[in-house]
Design a protein around this ligand. Structure first.
Ligand code: KG4
Ligand code: ZN
Length: 306
């Protein structure tokens, strides 16, 4: 992703998107009660476009502002629709920049129980895909190829991390060496060009099995920690959220695990897993009910981290 291009695209699209949303929902700007917007974390240039637009709209319409944390919104996506978890619930939030286990005691009462100490799960998918020569974002492509592969064919190590935290950087390194060694397993060991050809052939011949095995390991890392969190807290309402929760392997495995553990598992519809505006709106709705509004000053401005 090129940050400069992303913010330019935001500038070009924000007015048409808002117009289209108002048209589709048949709501007039003056009918809305408050303006919720993503304040952080994320790409600063893109966030700035949204923040300035929201603040301008708030001033022009004289409507209150509600700053939203992007990761809280991913969790809250589980409260969209009729099939909603009761509080407290645990949420495994897995996106391109974050991997967290969050205990949600109420709409505005979230506690992080564990998180990644290095790469996020989405990054693990995307970086593995890059090593396989797949384009960005590689997560959905690994998901696609994995559907026809054998998840047990190749074994990647499980990191040893204390408590409820995650680590994915070792997995990336082990995949890198696994692919390099695959390229070397020929009689022309010293010839780099030949070894690259062999490596490419190995990847092409085994793409589905490699993807299925990588996905299997990422999912098992996530679910082992989630299971630990559920055991430790005694909470049986379990949700997933974030872009990686669109992964079919994760959705299937968590459903099966939930059945054996007696959990109530909640999985957002695909369109509410990856980044979307509805999750910002529902988070804003609960903050509105709680009277949690944001001032127009710099404290509610765009921030890369929160
Ligand atoms: O939540 P999200 O849309 O944006 C962030 O807030 O980061 O998550 C994007 C991440 C990317 O890493 C992308 O590869 C991953 O979610 N992703 C998937 C799938 N769909 C999106 N990873 C695995 N399988 C998928 N089906
Ligand atoms: Zn996101």
């Amino acid at each position: 992703m090129v940050p400069e291009l992303a913010s330019r695209a935001h500038m070009q699209n924000i007015v048409p998107v808002v117009d289209e949303a108002l048209k589709q929902s048949a709501v007039k700007l003056n009918d809305i009660d408050a303006i919720a917007y993503t304040s952080a974390p994320g790409l600063i240039g893109s966030l700035l476009v949204g923040v300035q637009f929201a603040k301008s709209l708030s001033l022009a319409l004289d409507k209150p502002l509600i700053a939203i944390h992007h990761m809280q919104a991913h969790v809250m996506a589980n409260l969209i629709g009729d099939n909603r978890p009761e509080f407290p619930f645990l949420c495994l939030t897995v996106s391109g920049g974050h991997t967290q286990i969050v205990q949600c005691n109420g709409p505005n009462d979230l506690v992080i129980l564990g998180e990644t100490i290095d790469d996020a799960a989405g990054e693990a998918f995307d970086k593995s895909a890059k090593l396989l020569g797949l384009p960005y974002p590689g997560g959905p492509l690994i998901d696609k190829y994995a559907a026809d592969g054998d998840p047990e064919k190749f074994k990647f190590p499980e990191p040893k991390v204390e408590g409820l935290d995650f680590s994915f950087s070792g997995l990336k390194t082990s995949i890198l060496y696994f692919l390099r060694n695959a390229g070397k397993s020929n009689s022309f060991k010293e010839d780099i060009q030949v070894s690259e050809v062999v490596q490419k052939k190995f990847m092409d011949d085994n793409l589905s099995d490699i993807c299925a095995s990588i996905q299997n390991r990422i999912v098992s890392i996530l679910l082992n920690k989630l299971q630990k969190a559920a055991d430790e807290t005694g909470i049986g309402n379990i949700c997933i959220a974030g872009g990686v929760s669109a992964n079919r392997g994760l959705r299937k495995s968590i459903t099966e695990l939930g059945r054996t553990k007696g959990w109530k598992v909640f999985i957002p519809a695909f369109e509410y897993c990856t980044d979307n505006a509805a999750m910002i709106a529902i988070t804003g709705y609960y903050k509105y009910l709680a009277g949690e509004f944001s001032p127009l000053d710099s404290a509610t401005s765009a921030r890369a981290t929160w």
